[in-house]
Design a protein around this ligand. Sequence first.
Ligand code: V47
Length: 621
Amino acid sequence: MSIEINFRDKNLIPIWEKIQNCRRLSMADGVQLFRTPDIISLGKIAHFVQKQKSGDAVYFVLNQKIEPTNICVLACKFCDFATKAGKPDAYEMTIHEILHKLTPEIHEVHITGGLHPDWQWEYYLEMLRQIKANFPNLDIKAFTAVEIDFFSKKFKLPLHEVLRQLKEAGLRTMPGGGAEVFSERVRKKLYSSKIGAKTWFEVHKLAHSMGIPTNSTILYGHIETIEERVAHMVRLREAQDETGGFLTFIPLAFQPGDTGIKPRNQFTSAIDDLKMIAVSRLMLDNFPHIKAYWVMLTEEVASVALNFGADDMDGTVGGERIAHDAGAVSPSKLAKDQIVKIIRDAGKIPVERDVYYDPLKLYAENVIGKIPYLNSVPFYENFEKKQFKILPVNPRRMGILAEDNQIDAGLFSLVDYMRLNDSLELLPFCIATRDQVKSVMLFSNHGWGDLEGKTIGICDDTATSVKLLSILLEAKYGVRATFKRMHTGVNDYSEYDAVLLIGDEALKFNKFGLAGFELVFDLAKEWYDWRKLPFVFAVWAVKKSLPENQKKGLTEQIHRSLESGENSFDSVGQFHAQRVGLSPEETVEYLRGFNYRLGEREKAAIEEFRTLLTKVATEKV
Ligand code: V47
């Protein structure tokens, strides 16, 4: 995938070269990007990276903001929301009032508020428990690091215990607020009694280690310098290298309100907002998503941001007050139809998501699913999209979407193709191993024979590998284990005897090891040694109902794309190596280990797998 950029600012060319070679940007690069007057070239570079990460997808969630109280022990200068008990604008919500604001169609509730001096710990836990009890399908994103630290001090509980109890009560993820700017200079001037960067990171890294993914933010457009913005991003990037637990980064445009920091109507400029989005997309190379938070940006700027690096629109955001109390001019809630329209108008696929960014519903036609792992790169690297749009989606989720008729074609997990055989037509392409695979791995503390009755964590992404694991356990080794699904992303693996991981994550841990597990088994190698056959993990298929000329056109497109992909393994390897933690040589060797065409041996392997599947009692997980 390559694009032409007509640079007006030639200083951007070395940065563009770095991006094309998948090299990390430095602090100086970040500052240079902020200083460029060539906003269009900056946007194009960021959009290039956005498309590599998210294809044509832009995510949104049906969500409700709950700010249970505005009474706060702090008095940060930038905040127009917080107040003190007894003031006319002070409010406190009961759990009953909170529940009253929620409805069953919402998928995420975002809870954050003032640090209340008198509320009891049990109140917060009960709030989460009641929400889960009344709305079981609703995921809870709650409490910033500032609140977590406050709970720990006020209720004399270690941070770990605060998070453990909240998780048990229903907390799924944490919002990114409270980061402000990780600069001591700014902190002393604007929020001296609030936690600094050290505690913010401590809380977030701890949450990640406990299987709670989190978001991150920056509050910009007040007194911070450009260098402080870039340093903020670099610190987040380093933390993400360590834990991988951040889902998204949200630049929060400062709303001056009556804070006195800036005149009331002096909002950030659209140019500055777009630069912020684009630079964060480029600096935060290890972050999956960048959020255009329309509440603070306005709908118009957020809409442009979807072609400047942002792939996330937050959501409908009913009930927001922090920005609106400080004079935000956006509406207080967007209807779903309006969000869908904004995303469509930007030429993207509106993807309604859950709290982990798994797609629930697509509002587009002509969508091709793309498994976002290195092994499928040869198909997609040079794919000419024609009428199709591309949605990166993990194999299992792609099957769920296809079952719902939302995907027109793609590289499907083998068992999904088998299951949806009536509506899908096979194309002559696949992802098949020759012997080992290196990216479908069982990390274990027990040998195969000792896994009887043990609990195996299964990553949420897999549809076929989990069935292959059942076959190996039961038919090859004669043992039965209990499977438990783990959500995608960071996890606390300590509760499992073994874990099954697939894709780039498995590839990385295969190389560097997964802490807590001594043994590593390659499922394709186990299969090959046993059946002397390749293993077919995925096959290309297209919806039978598509017009014949489209099917033919698509087959030719895939063929062309694969040919050029296979001819450019070296550059592909060079480009993707750093992302997956391998050397360029290892990356090329990994890709050469696959067969991408469905031949007779692959078909025989599929039949063998089908027969064995009928012989084992694979549980539905
Ligand atoms: O931490 C306070 C900011 C944050 C103002 O994680 C202000 O998905 C602008 O973090 N102007 C809370 N910003 C909101 C927040 C957030 C929002 C949306 C999504 C997510 C997420 C997180 O709001 C605070 C602070 O940085 N804030 N006052 C103001 N006058």
